[in-house]
Each structure stands twice: as C-alpha cells, then as structure tokens.
Design a protein. Sequence first.
Length: 538
Amino acid sequence: MKFARSLRAFAESMAEQLEHGRYFHLVSFSIVFAGLTALRALAKPLWYDELFTYYMSRLPDMKTTWSALQAGADLNPPLLYIATRTAHAILGDGLIATRLPAILGFLLMLVCLFRFVEFRCGAVYGFAAMLLAALSGAYAFSYEARSYGMVLGFCALSLVCWQWATEGRARPFSLAGLCLSLAAALLTHCYAVLVVIPLALGEMVRTAQRKRVDWPVWISLTVASCVVAIYLPLLAANHRFALDNVTFRPTLLVLAECYRILLNPLAGPLIGALGIVAASRRPQNSGEPKRPTGEPKGFPLYEISAALGLVLIPVFAYLVASSVSHVFMTRYGLAAVVGLSILFASFAHRYADDRTLAGAAITLLFAAWFAGGFFLWMANAAGARVSAASIGGTPPHVYEIAPEMVEKDLPFVASNGLFFLEADHYAPAAFTSRLVYLSDPELAIRYTGTDVFDRGLPILEKWFPIRARVEDYSSFVGRHRRFLAFGGFDHPLGWLTKKLLDEGAELRFLGQYHGPYGENLLLEITMPPVESALPPKR
C-alpha cells in the first residue's frame, strides 16, 4: 500500500508538471527529437529515391524543375523541391539539409498530435499520443528525403485546424489554416489526396449530429482539393512507364505489410501501455471516489470518425492503386499513424479509471522506450563502425573496390538501376568512368514487367549530373564481348543476368556482396562467339 501511494503521488506530481509546464516540455522534446533525428540523418547515405529529391532540388530554378517533372524525371508535386531548395540555400546541400523538410514535417505532426489530443484528453495523453507516433514504424521516414514526413506534418496540421474550426476558435484563421495545410499536403505527394477522406468523413458525421451543414468547412476542404489539377501532367508522364512488377503491384499482402511496418515497433510499448490501463481499473463498488467533473471528457464521435478514416488510409490507397494508378507502396499509408495514435489516446483516456496515474505512467513508458531505442541504435552504429574498421580490405560497397583489383579495361555493368544511381553519386571517378547501365525497354518488360529503369534512366541523364553511362544493350554487347556485371540474380527489377544466360553467355563468379537490396554477385561475363551465339529468346 505504501508503494502504491508513493507511485500515485509520483504520477500525480508528474502529471501536474506536464499539465502546467506543457509548453516547456513540448519545446524541450522538440529540440531533443530534432537533434537525435539529425544524427540519424547524418549516419545514412542518400538512397535511390532520395537522390531524386537531391538532384531535382539542385536544378537551376523551379521552372526547370517543373519541366523535369513533366518529362518524367520524378512524380512528386513541386512543394517537396521548393522546401529542399530552401534548406539547401540556408544550410548547404548536406545530408541534414536535404532531409530537413522531412524532419521538420514529422516533428510538426508530433506537435499537432499533442495539440489535437491535449485539447480533448489533457496534456499527459497528448504527450502519450505524440510519443506513440514517434515510436511507430513511420519514424524511419522522418529522416528520409522524400515527401512522407512533410505529408504527415501537413495532415496533422489540417486536423488541428479542423478541430479549431469546429470549436469556433479563431475561426477565420482556423478555416484558412485548414485550407492551406490540406493544399500543402496535396502539393507534396499525389497520394496525399487520401487525407481529404478522413476529414470529409469526420465532417459528415458532425453534420449528421448537428443536423445542419457547416458550409465554410466544406468550402475550405473543396478549395484545397482543387490543387489536384497539378497532378495531371505528372500522371501523364508516369503513364509512359510499364509498371507491372511485383515491387509496385497492389496486393493484399502489401496492404498487410503497410500495417505491419507501422505496428511492429509498437508491440512492446503498446503491451506495456495496455497493462497500465488494466492495472488502473478499479473493482466495482470499491469505494474509490469518482472522477472529478472537471476532467476532460474525451473525443466527440466526429473526431473519432476522422481518426478511423486515417487508420484506413492504407485501405483507401490500395483501392486507388487497384483501380487507377496500379502502383502501391507500403509507405503510401503512413498517415494511418496519426489515426492510430489518436485512437489509442482516446481508448486509454476512456478506460483508465485512474486517468492521472495511467496517463503519466504511459507517457513515462513511451519516453523511456524512445530514449532506449535511440541509445540502442547508437550502440549498434558504434559497434558496426568498430567491426568494419577491424576487418581491413572488406569494403562496405562494391563501388569502393579499387579498379586495379580487376582487369582495368573491362566495363562495369550495373544490372540494377538502384545500385547504378547510388554508385554514380558516391563512387570515385575511377569507378564511374567504367560504370554502365544497359537499357532495353522491351527486354525489361519481358523479364520484369516494368521498364522503369530502362526508360527512366535515359530521362535522368538529361536532367541530373550523371557521370556514368546508360547504353543500349544490343549495341553494348556487340562491341564488348567481355565485361563485369554486378547485381542480384533474382532481384525483381533486374533482367540482365537472366538475359545473358538465355543468350548462352559464360558467367564467372568473382565475389558476393551484401547490400541494402539483398545479395549481389560480381560476375565476369564472356559472350559466346557471334557465330555460335544462341538466337535471342523473343
């Protein structure tokens, strides 16, 4: 009993501090979060998708950027590149600057989550919802130089503006904020259009409850949605590519994977949080005092409906992909984390009898879990560096192989466009002078179902400062009967090694390298004599 009283006193003290010092703690967390996430951003090289953001943002001006988008160099609407160009202008073009829009966007989502939940459930539950989102699988995209962090930030901001508008708080500004934040989300990623659905769903439920239409809110949503007209030239450029590949194909398995990515890191903290809620439940007729009447009452039904709509965004994305775009990636459903965090906070606030104890304990648990995860990452990163330093002669990337280690005059063919663009960006000139990607859209479609690299990389050569070469397959093998090839044999986007085997080429194994896209083989290719070459399989 003495321990329980001490625990209650600690929880009440902590809750009081969080309530009265909410803005101090919110600012403190924001600074810590930005600093820790910037460290993660520094530790990770830009990968294939991020290099698009980097190069697009370094084009001479936005007019050139828009021309590149219309040509099919990338698919995102222009706001991502405007934000990245601004960060580059202020901080240079380093890793942190390139990823700064994502970091700030994700942080904006966390702050807005706190505000949205705090308004209905109090500060302790606002912090709990914010920390839960930071613990989710969406956090990995907070330091990725793509649109997802910004979309999450604008999505959560539009939710807060909608809440303020429905409550009549600074209504002209909240309506303007709703319109502008939603439009900003739509101008950042094409799939952000799905954010409109949860807001419209919540407003429809609110309309049914009030039995009258709030026209200014609907006008704000409608005006913001008009910016989707900018998608038309982007979608027209995207339709030039064949995309019938397992990597892009919308399936129920990919839909399930979307939720798994978000929820998998939350298994531990959620189990602990549910245990706290269960432990706070009082037995019936226990004689404990009832909750004070001044406690927050929780979310109205229309806000719960909007949160449920957010949770279902991956489902909406799957349906759109199945019927319209035919492209669905797991990251298109990241906005579900906003709804999940709100629904969890609502559940804990409603079903914890001792709200003060439960809210403070859950917040403390999530904060400790977040800090522990970062320190574990630091320890693993330090251990990896020590391990790499102790194994001399084992380069982390194949493009760090000294050209002198293999025959000098042999071209080095990347059988995977992902590796090609990354190696072109990071490899020394001695390597990129030998680096080639072999392009043949018809062969690519036959073996993989997509020509995204074979049509896409020649487009990139016109807009990006690519140092390596993209060459026609038939022309290259006609001139080079021996060359080196690197890539995963079974990678779903790679077709070269399969084609070489079909043509009867000799593939001599030189080495195997583990990379971010699986195991890669370094091969020496010897094409058969022209007179004995097998007829190509058509």
